[in-house]
Design a protein around this ligand. Sequence first.
Ligand SMILES: [Mg+2]
Length: 430
Amino acid sequence: MTRTKALLLAAGLGTRLRPLTYHVTKCLVPIAGRPLLDYWVDQLVAANIQDALINTHHLADQVRAYLDQVNGRGLLHLEETYEPTLLGSAGTLAANPHFADDADEILIIYVDNFSTVNVKDLLTFHRSHDDPLTMLLFHAPHPKACGIAELDDQDRIIGFQEKPQQPVSDLANAGGYVVNASTYREIAALQAFDLGFDVLPKYIGRMRGFVWEGYHRDMGTYATYLQAQRDAVDLLQRAGKWTGQRPAVFLDRDGTLIEQVHYLSRPDQVKLLPGAGEALQQLRQADYLCVLVTNQSPIGQGLFTEDDLSEVHLELTKQLAQHGTQLDAFYHCPSATQLRKDRTTVEYYDRKPGPGMLFKAAQDLQIDLTRSWMIGDMVSDILAGYHAHCGGLIFVETGNGLEGQDIPAQVQFHKVTDFPAAVRLIMTNQ
Ligand SMILES: [Mg+2]
């Protein structure tokens, strides 16, 4: 049996995904609530790969904690190679020359791509030809920004150019290779820095291209990263891997359900907006889960505590009970933001406009996001719902308003006066 090991290249700083990657290392940025690396681990396990090595640098402790979890599951043994200074992709091979000693072939993956590539098929293809290297290719929407391959009629790569002015095809390097063990050692011995620039040109005419026709997205920009959240919901649903069944209404708190108060921190400041109790009752009777999602950065700033927030939510629960209703769940994000006035940039995944709280709720409560709604009074609420692929987004005029920040044109949303009007809209759109 062929023994395959995997080398996961994950140590980059993720500068293009800042400010998110100030707090979370690139390979662990969440996609639909799960760390990006988790999807790759699943794919390696599905291809019967049992040993992998991952390089680390920025926020290495986060990766170590993740490795403990993966290794605890016992399906994949994942080891770390720490780089105090970034070595470059080929440099990581040079630093681990013996990794291939007990293997027949090595799969090399750049973990900053989100891809549904079938690793088993990629390995089968590699074993079907005599060349020492296989490059994973995808159809790039912007070939000029990629490394582009030219294939002959036997899928042999006869030309390869980084960021060509005049691309010969749209077949782009997808950041995945399979190499024979002897080739791995050969590349390691080159002591090169970058695989794309320094190594691949040496293999032109001696490597083949495996074209992945399915989904593949390079996390090249912040926008594509956010788009990947919505894509993931579609992909998981199509693959039957999204177990969520029930629709929910995600509700912002201040300015949507209760009166807007600056830094609300005491129970006596909680005042339900007119008609809010009845409207919530109506939603629950129509079988919607009602989930509160609220940013609470003053907790992160030390202005009040988790206990203070619990008191406030206890008071909210009491007031709702007087209307014979309740919320099904509460989620809050205590992270303190540096971006006080910018409500459109995702700084923390869980903090709106990040979709993290919605994905967490979807997982906990088995929610079907595409049949769910998000209601809020700020651009960050609408965007959080958009990133989580909610089916409907409703802006209410009872709170802070857009504060001069427009909702991007591709985001379709409704605008109504208040929460009861939003509920009427939901009822007529069922
Ligand atoms: Mg609000």
